[in-house]
Design a protein around this ligand. Structure first.
Ligand code: ADP
Ligand code: MG
Length: 730
């Protein structure tokens, strides 16, 4: 057989060896073109009458609804700008529950009264559009309500123009809601959560005499991802169908040499990163850092943080553009949480904080003792929210991909806990004990402990990589978030949880201040209660250890190892109470969210099973048979010459061992079929659980045999690119 017919893998290796970095010749300063494809403040100022410009800016800054009376003028300005920039179409760009973005394009072109062609775009087109909602997952909302939904402009994030090879499209960031007002997307609950957080944070700020007009949650999502050559990707049906390799033997070298993290970036990869940054800069996405991650072929990008709404949109845009630009470089962007077994998977560390409209970071220790008391109040409210709603935070990061990552020795465990670092821990301990180094007055706690906060908290670099939720100086880092998902759901959940805790905090502070006249003393007393109440969520040690698992169980913390049990948290009374109170989800939306997620989980696994069987039956088995046939022929030839002595029998053993691996594979596939049959039931919880455990285990057995075969079958016969190639040849 010739190589070109049968050896795609060798073709791929030869393709990859010919690749060179793609050059785009961009030498411009980023500041010269940053945001040039957005309807930004500068464009607004140029294109809008002053009064309207101010009104629009106020709408955006305050996170308010658009004043309808200015919509026509805004639409006109948007149209003028878009046409000048060469856009031919416009689209409401939104984030349905698929987790990716959706867009439906309409042209500006219309025919005028006299039959003349002209471009039109009015206020109603800016504000609202009506895609057919019936083809997006709604988790059952459709069954009870009408299928129709509409998208509505969300002015909290900038309108932008998307470049494509043969034209440009004006994209209007939008929310997607049903005619009865239910959220059909991920963005609406996020916006609601931010409002809820803001309202309650302001209650607390008022107590501190702070008159901020609005509080925003802020987000800087560090995005991890893999890149492999597209020739390899095209030969891996598992990657194409599921985003991860379902089989693949361990390469001789993995990540054990620890030579990849922060290592020199290969030129071909750097060329990709530079182009993607160039594209993102045009869209006003403030990409800040790029580096190699721990696993071979794994990388990370981090932007400068922004308000949670903008950061969420920007992360979606980044994920999309990474995919598009990778293709130009003949690379494939892998965003799955665990594309390769045996090496690290990818996460999306959500750096989160709260800031006032004046830019004061509420999780930044301040310059004065009063500011530090305020800081501690926000810190402890955050801890309270995380403690109380640990189950919902776990549910918010559930998904088939993250199941492979959480709890493996590389990513935060599935147990949610909070890491504070030594300095803050000491301060909280002092507050609890009501003393600092033997001194006992509150004033001393404040002057010796609290007022030193800025220095020590900044110095708090002893980062604990094993913590799912870590304080890192002036923000929390929610590390357990999955790499491929939208940041909207985890952030909406966190905002809701912390918003609720802030509301309770405000009530308790107010009540205490009525009884205790000394402000500092009153605040410290309340803080002390919170320190005691939240103690069990604090954990500074190694989150990967078995001791922690046992200790967490003793403390009553939840350990929800896989998605089906994590998602059940959405059905609890507490979930309903939190989400309806905060307005983040109405009761029916919450129910639909549960259905969406559990259905998605099952579908993911069904696709994986189908892809695995396909590969095993049509690629692995034929390769194994071909190998066996060659061995059999060789042994026959040999025995015909030398007879059946010891030498021939050694080779015969090899035939037997390949034959028995083939038999094992067939048995494993049958067992997989049985597990899938057994999993079949109308009860979605049970079905998801069966897939998470029995079916997943059966898949692992299939994988195990395939991987054994990969290590014995003649390399020339093996059709699938191997780990050693995909991960190391670029
Ligand atoms: P590391 O990898 O050391 O955790 P990075 O520099 O890669 O740190 O990422 C830190 C992220 O935290 C950046 O995206 C940064 O913008 C973000 N960040 C910094 N301050 C805040 C804040 N106040 N709120 C939200 N995110 C923040
Ligand atoms: Mg990082």
């Amino acid at each position: 057989m010739s190589i070109s017919e049968n050896q795609g893998r060798l073709w791929a290796i030869s393709e990859v060896s010919k690749r060179t970095p793609r050059v785009i010749g961009n030498g411009r300063k980023a500041s010269e073109y940053f945001g040039c494809n957005t309807f930004n403040q500068k464009v607004m100022a140029e294109k809008l009458p002053k009064a309207i410009y101010r009104s629009l800016l106020a709408t955006i800054r305050a996170g308010k609804k658009l004043d309808q009376s200015i919509a026509p003028a805004v639409a006109h300005a948007v149209k003028e700008w878009a046409l000048e920039e060469g856009a031919t179409h416009y689209s409401h760009w939104f984030q349905p529950n698929t987790g990716i973005t959706a867009e439906k394009h309409d042209t500006f072109l219309t025919v005028g009264d006299e039959g003349q062609p002209l471009e039109r775009f009015d206020a109603s087109q800016l504000i609202q559009s009506e895609p057919d909602a019936s083809s997006f997952p709604s988790g059952g909302l459709r069954a009870t309500f009408e299928a129709r939904g509409y998208t509505a402009w969300d002015p909290s994030t900038p309108i932008f123009i998307m470049d494509s090879p043969n034209g440009k499209t004006l994209c209007i960031p939008s929310v997607f809601i049903s005619y009865f007002g239910q959220a059909l997307d991920k963005k609406t609950p996020l916006l609601r959560s931010d409002e809820f957080l803001s309202a309650n944070a302001m209650k607390v700020l008022k107590i501190f005499g702070n008159n901020a007009a609005r509080v925003f949650s802020t987000l800087g999502p560090e995005q991890e991802y893999f890149l492999i050559d597209e020739a390899f990707y095209s030969l891996r049906p598992d990657l194409v169908a599921t985003g991860r390799t379902l089989i693949g033997a361990k390469p001789p070298k993995g990540q054990e040499l620890e030579d990849q993290y922060f290592g020199a970036i290969k030129h071909r990869i750097l060329a990709f990163m530079q182009e993607v940054e160039h594209e993102l800069f045009k869209l006003g996405v403030p990409v800040k850092t790029r580096h190699n991650e721990v696993a071979p072929s794994q990388y990370e990008m981090a932007p400068v943080f922004e308000s949670v709404s903008v950061a969420t949109d920007h992360n979606q845009l980044a994920m999309e553009l990474f995919k598009v630009v990778a293709k130009r470089h003949e690379l494939t962007f892998l965003i799955h949480e665990k594309p390769f077994a045996g090496i690290n998977g990818s996460g999306k560390h959500n750096n989160w904080s709260m800031a006032t409209d004046e830019g004061e970071n509420l999780l930044e220790p301040g310059a004065t003792p009063e500011k530090n008391l305020q800081f501690l109040v926000f810190l402890l409210a955050t801890m309270k929210g995380v403690y109380k709603h640990q189950g919902l935070l776990r549910a918010a990061i559930a998904g088939s991909g993250n199941d492979h990552r959480l709890g493996a020795n590389e990513a935060p465990p599935a147990i949610i806990s909070v890491f504070l670092g030594e300095a803050l821990t000491n301060i909280l301990d002092n507050i609890e004990a009501g003393k600092v180094k033997g001194s006992t007055s509150e004033k001393q706690v404040i002057s010796l402990g609290v007022s030193k906060l800025p220095e020590i908290a900044k110095d708090n670099t002893d980062r604990n990589r094993t913590s799912p939720f870590a304080f890192t100086g002036n923000k929390f880092e929610f590390r357990a978030v999955a790499s491929s998902v939208s940041t909207a759901t985890p952030m909406a959940t966190l905002n809701a949880a912390v918003g609720e805790a802030l509301s309770e905090m405000a009530d308790r502070l107010t009540a205490r201040l009525k009884k205790v006249k000394d402000f500092d003393k009153a605040v410290l007393e309340v803080l002390k209660e919170y320190v005691v109440e939240t103690k069990d969520i604090r954990f500074e040690g190694n989150g990967y250890s078995d001791e922690w698992r046992d200790e967490a169980a003793k403390r009553g913390l939840l350990n929800l190892a896989k998605s089906p049990e994590a998602l059940l948290q959405l059905k609890t009374k507490e979930a309903k109470a939190l989400f309806t109170k905060s307005g983040v989800y109405k009761a029916d939306e919450l129910e639909s969210r549960y259905h969406l997620e559990i259905e998605r989980y099952i579908k993911d696994l069904e696709i994986e099973v189908a892809a695995l069987k396909d590969i095993a039956l049509t690629q692995v088995l034929p390769a194994a048979y071909a190998h066996q046939a060659a061995l059999v022929a060789a042994v026959k030839d040999l025995t015909s010459i030398i007879g059946e002595g010891a030498v021939a029998s050694a080779q015969f053993e090899e035939v037997k061992s390949v034959a028995s691996l083939i038999a094992d594979l067939k048995a494993a596939l049958t067992a997989l079929d049985h597990a899938v049959e057994k999993a079949e039931t109308d009860n979605l919880d049970k079905k998801a659980s069966a897939f998470a455990y029995a079916v997943s285990d059966a898949m692992l057995v299939v994988r195990d045999v395939c991987d054994k075969l990969e290590t014995v079958v003649d390399d020339k016969l093996w059709p699938l690119p191997k780990y050693r190639e995909m991960l190391f040849l670029v």
